[in-house]
Design a protein around this ligand. Sequence first.
Ligand SMILES: *Cc1c(COP(=O)(O)O)cnc(C)c1O
Length: 234
Amino acid sequence: MPNFTSSIKRNIKQITEQINQACQHNNRQNQVTLLAVSKTKPASAVEQAYYAEQSDFGENYVQEAIEKITQLSHLPDICWHFIGPIQANKTKQIAQHFTWVHTVDRAKIAHRLNDHLSESNQQHNCQDTALNICLQVNISEEPSKSGIMATEVFSLAEVVDNCDKLTLRGLMAIPEKNAGVASYQKMRHLFKKLQAQYPTVDTLSIGMSNDIEVAIAHGSTMVRIGTAIFGKRK
Ligand SMILES: *Cc1c(COP(=O)(O)O)cnc(C)c1O
């Protein structure tokens, strides 16, 4: 059994308080989900977080993730989110092992995920039958980052919405560090527009260890936190 004084547990409590305060500060009633980003961290760290009542975990690398998912398959209701760049030849494994994918950035990937699920009738964790999808937006228009341009959101949303094994849940972004609030404002605007068009859209996946407050101030419904929970990565 995990050590109940673990720093992971303390960190989760502290981040949860930070999230609650940011919600209050911005007069937001709605819950913000904490996604614990466990990339490069061992299964034992994920397990400690799980016993601190953390149920959602984000991973970036397919092979590494599957090892942890397999090791931790005995934990009920643990929910895995894929948040890394997607190679087309990894879509089958992603469809098989994850409940959420935050980084869909082209129609081909959506179609492949959908086709794999149609073939296999895979059971997912979290009791969902469809795979939950967010579109990654390159909101600060950085050449080095993946994601679609804001102008491409609605055409890709339509593709995903037309896939019967996928549920369009929303948008994801990693705003540039020094970009100021403009990127956050643009994301909020896009998210509201998408929500007005698709009733399944309820997720704005934005905010990491260093920008929780500004993200929540701009409507984030899911923050993806690695370092502040699990410590620095090597
Ligand atoms: C690594 C990562 C995070 C977590 O970043 P921290 O700064 O460690 O909180 C969040 N989102 C994505 C997409 C990541 O790759």
